[in-house]
Structure formats: C-alpha cells, structure tokens
Write a protein that binds this ligand. Structure first.
Ligand SMILES: Nc1ncnc2c1ncn2[C@@H]1O[C@H](COP(=O)(O)OP(=O)(O)OP(=O)(O)O)[C@@H](O)[C@H]1O
Length: 387
C-alpha cells in the first residue's frame, strides 16, 4: 500500500509542484494520475522511488516511511517504466530484460530463463525478439520490453510514467488492453501517469484528477465521469463524458428486463396464448437447460407445431459484466431493439434482456455514486440521449 501524507514539493526556484497531497493506493490497485502538463504528476511519482525528495510530509510504503529506506533497496521493490523506455542499445532484448535479476545476484542462465518468460507474458516471442537489439524493434515492442524489464525483479509496486505515450493510437490501445490482462494476472500496486483522460479511464481502478499541484477528485472512473466533483474536473474529463461512461459501466443483473419466455418444445398455440395474455409482441426462446436459443414473434407463434419450428436464432447477446458500450454497439451492429444477456459462468444461462430504455437507466446508475448518496437523477448524462 502507498500512502501520501500532506506531501509538498517545492523546487529550488520556488515552484510548488505538489501542494499538501494526501491519498492512498491500496494493494493491487491501479491508480491513474491524470491532468494537464506541469500539474505535478511526474513529481508525485518520482517521490515514491526517491528520485525526488519531498519538501515536507511523508510517503509510506506498506506502513513504512520511505525517507528511512535506502533508495537502492527501495527501488528493488518498485518497478519503473518510462516513455523513453531507456533500454541498453548494445544489449539484446533478452539481456535487457534479464539485467535487473542478474544485478540482484540471480545466475545468468536463470535470469535469462525468467526474462524469456516475461517477454512471453508481454506478448513477445523470446525466440524471435529475444536476440534482437532495441533498434530492431517497433516502438510498441520496445514499450513491451520496458514493461517486461520492470516486472523482472517481481516488485510489488510499479510506477509507470506515460509508458504508452510515444506510440500511435492503435498500438496504444492494443498495449493498454494487453497491460490490463497482465495486471489482472500479476495484480501489482500501480501508479500510472498520463495526460490522456481516455487512457486514465480505461486503465484506472481509481483516477486522481490533478489541478495545479493538487488532486481535484480521487474516485472510480464511473464516478469521475458521472459526478465530477468540480467544474474544473467536468471540463477536464470532456463534454462527451456521458459517452465515456458507457465504456466503464458494466451491465448488471439488476439492469435487465424480463420478457416473456417460452421453451423450444412448447406447442405454438400455447406460446401464442402466453404472448397475448402478457400483451407482448415477442418472447425469448430457451432450451431445456435454460440456455438462450433465440426469439419468436407473436405473428409466427399462431400456428401448429412447436416453438422450435418457428423460433429464430438470436445473435445479439453479451455476457453479464460486459460494458454498456459493448451493449450499445451490439444493438447497432445487429440493428436490434434488444439484446440478450447471459451468464457465461453457468454455461450461458439466460438472465434477461437489455433494451435502449434499460440501457439508459443503467447509465444513470453508478454504484459508487449511490454509495456517496448521489441520486440517479443527479448523475449527469451530458450529451447522451438513447431512445
Ligand atoms: N527540477 C525542477 N526545478 C524546478 N521546477 C520543476 C522541476 N521539475 C519540475 N518542475 C516544475 O514543477 C511543476 C510540475 O512538474 P511535473 O513534471 O511534476 O508535471 P507533470 O504533471 O508531470 O507534467 P507533464 O505532463 O508535462 O510531464 C511544473 O511547473 C514544472 O515546471
């Protein structure tokens, strides 16, 4: 756990880069520090590995004041990834990755073995890329080596300063997704500096939005987007924050509607009667195991035979937990007025459907906002209108 207590950094020329900063990062949490250029993000980060010393206040790592820890010993516990990567140009990729464990006394062969595992973990093939020199890699591949090298000593904490800043947007998104998968597996405590709100929202468990030298809001992405704490934060996260919220709000079971349900082996006349009784135009069709098969419309139900004869397959479905953005996009892709939501954990059991109206309602919900006594009506939707 990393804890800042009233930390101030004033440089020799009188610039106050960080002003009375207090916040905490939990074990295994990924916190993004986001804000405009010069607001103090890098200064904050470099105080954690003592590349910069605070003027006042203290920083605790697992409860221990880092001012009393030898910087070299401290940095062994903290991986560091920067935009320029800083790979050794005359060492191969494999040797670059093996450097830290080797310096820590791991035998060369063992360190290289571990380095090869790490390269694979970040999506590089050690047998192809391991023998290359940094200049023989693309920008995105070099960034991956930077991440592998930072993980080599298996530090519990990672500091990442705009690590994906130097690559084009497509590669950047790819690296972000890979990094999220990696983080789900290794669960490091991460401080991640970026000036890109999209990146901060996509990666962070929580986001610290910086004003000048101060944190203006420290919350989960959905809360920062849905209930910005100040006009400054609202402006910084952007006028389309309602849209950004779609990608950080997962579909929950409570969002779903329960339409009429019929079974594949039901007689059609009984299904028609059920639809009439419920005043519905269509029903979801399930198989004997409660798994989604498809749907049937009222006009097709009024015949002889069983539902199986007239049911249509349903292609527009998602697992619960997928984002509202995926839900919206699936609706558009299939030109569907609703999508089915299933439970992948229990072999695809049908849970309910999401319609544009329930999607709109789900967007109003924010669990963290609820916890802070902000009512749904107060959650700002900005420009999103979903009909
Ligand atoms: N060594 C230094 N001496 C004097 N001022 C400094 C020094 N390093 C940084 N600053 C100033 O401190 C403030 C915060 O800088 P910092 O690098 O932490 O910002 P940042 O948010 O990381 O910016 P960027 O996104 O541009 O990297 C800036 O005004 C900067 O000019």
């Amino acid at each position: 756990m990393i804890r800042f207590e009233h930390v101030t950094k004033r440089y020799a020329d009188g610039t106050t880069a960080v002003d009375d900063l207090s916040f905490e990062v939990a074990d295994g949490e990924l916190v993004t520090l986001v804000g405009p250029s010069g607001c103090g993000k890098t200064t904050t980060m470099k105080m954690v590995n003592r590349l910069i010393e605070p003027t006042s206040g203290r920083i605790l790592l697992d409860g221990e004041d880092i001012a009393g820890v030898d910087p070299v010993e401290l940095r062994r516990r903290i991986g560091y990834v920067i935009q320029q990567v800083g790979l050794f140009p005359h060492k191969t990729v494999l040797d670059n990755t093996a450097t830290v464990p080797h310096l820590l006394g791991v035998k060369r062969a063992k360190a290289r073995e571990r380095a090869a595992e790490l390269l694979e973990l970040v999506g590089l093939d050690p047998s192809v890329h391991g023998a290359r020199y940094p200049e023989q890699l693309s920008g995105g591949q070099r960034q991956r080596v930077g991440v592998a090298r930072a993980l080599a000593a298996d530090p519990p904490v990672l500091l990442m300063d705009e690590p994906f800043g130097a690559v084009d947007p497509v590669v950047r998104e790819h690296l972000q997704n890979e990094f999220l998968k990696l983080q789900a597996a290794v669960r490091k405590t991460v401080l991640f500096v970026t000036h890109d709100i999209e990146e901060a929202v996509r990666l962070g468990d929580r986001i610290a939005v910086y004003g000048s030298g101060r944190i203006e809001q420290y919350d989960a992405p959905a809360t920062v987007l849905g209930a910005p704490a100040t006009p400054y934060v609202a402006e910084f996260v952007g006028a389309d924050r309602g849209l950004k919220r779609l990608s950080v709000t997962p579909i929950e079971v409570g969002d779903l509607q329960q339409p009429p349900v019929v079974r594949l082996d039901d007689p059609l006349d009984r299904a028609a009667e059920q639809l009439r009784a419920e005043g519905a135009h269509w029903a979801v069709v399930l198989d004997a195991e409660d798994n989604l098969h498809g749907w049937i419309s009222a006009e097709h139900a009024d015949r002889k035979g069983t539902v199986r004869d007239r049911a249509r397959r349903m292609e527009a479905w998602l697992p619960v937990g997928a984002s509202l953005k995926q839900a919206f996009s699936t609706m558009l892709q299939h030109d569907a007025g609703w999508i089915a939501v299933i439970d992948e954990e229990s072999a695809g059991r049908f849970l309910g459907v999401l319609t544009p109206a329930t999607l709109h309602e789900a967007l109003r919900r924010s669990t963290t906002a609820d916890a802070r006594d902000i009512t749904r009506a107060e959650v700002d939707l900005e420009t999103v209108t979903v009909r």
